[in-house]
Design a protein around this ligand. Structure first.
Ligand code: COA
Length: 207
């Protein structure tokens, strides 16, 4: 299962430096849609450099630390899916983050892409665990992990600098042993257990 990956009109491929123009156009057109959920830097005033950012992601990929991907719909770049914090050996885990252009939201493109990427990490990269961290206020993103049956595992205070301040996050994870037949297959066949991704009532008390 080499890259790129696809299912129907949804594609996932490694980012290229020449994607910077498309990414700049899509992120500029989606400024207010993305801003509340966008990672920021604790030191203010650092200019955003999309080309430089892509080069950093590609350098991390060469070091085996991440897999930076773009999401496509019918061949058009519509968002990013970034695999980061890859750890091998006794941990064998990675984290996933994502965003999609507002115009393409609500078509289950992101859950499909996350399923493709997670199967890739389990089957091709030999990883055992995939984590996704989400702000408790991000209802749309919580639906993504819910649709795929990621399990709630806990809460992190001040986990990530988002939109100018340290933001609390819930953590969700899937293990390769949770989905023997594959994440995508379980999702498209409608076999994700309804209660797989329950956020307990006491979750907020952890923050
Ligand atoms: C979170 C996000 C990636 C979900 O992607 P997606 O491809 O739209 O995922 P889905 O199609 O499965 O939609 C998930 C939920 O979003 C909500 N949604 C759908 N269309 C929407 C729209 N146009 N505007 C706002 N929310 C919408 C719905 O609640 C939907 O759940 P449902 O399918 O049960 O109705 C996307 O909303 C996004 O990029 N948001 C801004 C950036 C962000 O939050 N990134 C994640 C940080 S953890």
């Amino acid at each position: 299962m080499p890259l790129p990956l696809s299912y129907g009109p949804v594609g996932l491929r490694p980012i290229r430096v020449r994607d910077w123009r498309d990414l700049q156009a899509v992120t500029a057109a989606n400024r207010s849609w993305l801003a509340p959920w966008e990672a920021s830097l604790p030191s203010p005033g650092v200019p955003v450099d999309i080309r430089g950012g892509i080069r950093i992601l590609l350098s991390q990929m060469r070091q085996g630390l991440g897999i930076p991907l773009v999401m496509e719909f019918e061949g058009r770049l519509v968002g990013q899916l970034n695999v980061s914090s890859i750890q091998r050996g006794s941990i064998s885990s990675a984290m996933v983050g994502y965003w999609i252009a507002q115009e393409f939201a609500g078509r289950s493109i992101t859950p499909t892409a996350v399923a493709l990427a997670t199967d890739y990490m389990f089957r091709e990269c030999g990883l055992h665990r995939v984590e996704i961290c989400i702000r408790p206020e991000n209802a749309a993103s919580l639906r993504v992990v819910d649709k795929l049956g990621f399990r709630f595992e806990g809460a992190h205070r001040g986990f990530l600098h988002i939109a100018g301040r340290w933001a609390n996050h819930y953590e969700f994870a899937l293990l390769s042993t949770d989905v023997a037949g594959g994440v995508l297959r379980r999702y498209v066949e409608g076999r994700v257990p309804a209660d797989a991704c329950v956020i307990p009532d006491w979750a907020a008390s952890l923050l």
